[in-house]
Ligand binder design. Structure first.
Ligand code: DHB
Ligand code: FE
Length: 279
């Protein structure tokens, strides 16, 4: 079976890409956020994953409002980054692990999930920014990826309960995989933020703390809120917490918190970073 080395979670605010590009990591605005990655880099150097299963959301790059799968699994040998409109640099391509993708799809369908399977898929800032943060300046990404996109964009959105169950199904796939790959599970986006509408700029540190405090030990507690409760509590884009919840499910039954960083604001977002060990 795969060796699940742990889980890494981070916000994926596009402006982070601009800060990296300008070398602003020590700038007073950015430092409290980037300082949270020293520990992530140490942990990755120790755990040495070679595959990443990445739960993220597409922001209108592959899927638009006219055609939006609830769950979509990438099953390609390569994924290209593109910018859906933020003016970000285009990051180097990501090698896929198509065989593992199909194994995960088989398990999901066995467990009565019905994902879209994408043998062609682009990845946006929801994947590239967390990778730039985790492995800054590398010539080639050290992991192959299996990207899993969750609809956090157009209602009806999947429930937190459904996303945790999806992640748990992916965990079953990883435990029945015949290979020995060292897998890191990644969840991106959040925490609370709302980019538009009457509550633009809304953030909610109390709800964010509730999520961070319970993600490792009591992830089922995060499923007690309906999707509309989550929108109220965390903002229209704060629902990206669904990616974290799914990733937590994929980590497995047990988890210990290794590291967390929380900083308000980065752009319009309450930014958070977390690392969990699988025990
Ligand atoms: C911001 C945050 C996001 O998660 C995103 O996808 C786009 C923008 C922001 O805070 O600016
Ligand atoms: Fe986002």
């Amino acid at each position: 079976m795969a060796d699940i080395v742990g889980a890494y979670f981070t916000s994926h605010v596009p402006a982070i890409g601009g800060a990296i590009h300008r070398g602003d990591q020590q700038d007073p605005y950015w430092k409290p956020f980037f300082d949270g990655f020293v520990r992530v880099h140490q942990w990755l150097a120790l755990t040495k994953p070679d595959v990443a299963v990445v739960f993220n959301n597409d922001h209108g790059l592959n899927f638009f409002l006219d055609c939006l799968p609830t769950f979509a699994v990438g099953a390609a040998d390569q994924y290209h980054n593109a910018d859906e409109g933020w003016g970000l640099p285009i990051y180097k391509p990501f090698a896929g692990h198509a065989a593992l993708s199909w194994h995960i799809v088989e398990q999901l369908v066995t467990d009565e999930f019905d994902p879209a399977t994408c043998q062609k898929m682009q990845v946006d800032h929801a994947l590239s920014i967390p990778f730039e943060l985790a492995w800054p300046g590398v010539d080639a990404w050290p992991v192959k990826i299996v990207p899993i996109a969750i609809n956090t964009v157009q209602h009806p959105l999947p429930s937190a309960k459904r996303c945790l169950a999806l992640g748990r199904s992916v965990h079953r796939a990883l435990t029945s995989w015949p290979g020995q790959e060292r897998v890191v599970v990644i969840g991106t986006g959040g925490l609370s933020h709302q980019l538009d509408g009457a509550r633009a700029g809304f953030m909610n540190p109390d709800y964010d703390r509730f999520c961070l405090d319970n993600l490792a030990r009591n992830p089922d507690l995060l499923t007690r809120h309906s999707i509309h409760d989550i929108v109220r509590l965390s903002g229209t884009q704060g629902v990206e917490i669904l990616n974290w919840i799914a990733a937590r499910g994929a980590l497995g039954p047990f988890a210990t918190e290794v590291h967390r960083n929380y900083h308000i604001p980065i752009s319009n977002t309450a930014a958070a970073t977390m690392v969990l060990n699988p025990a």
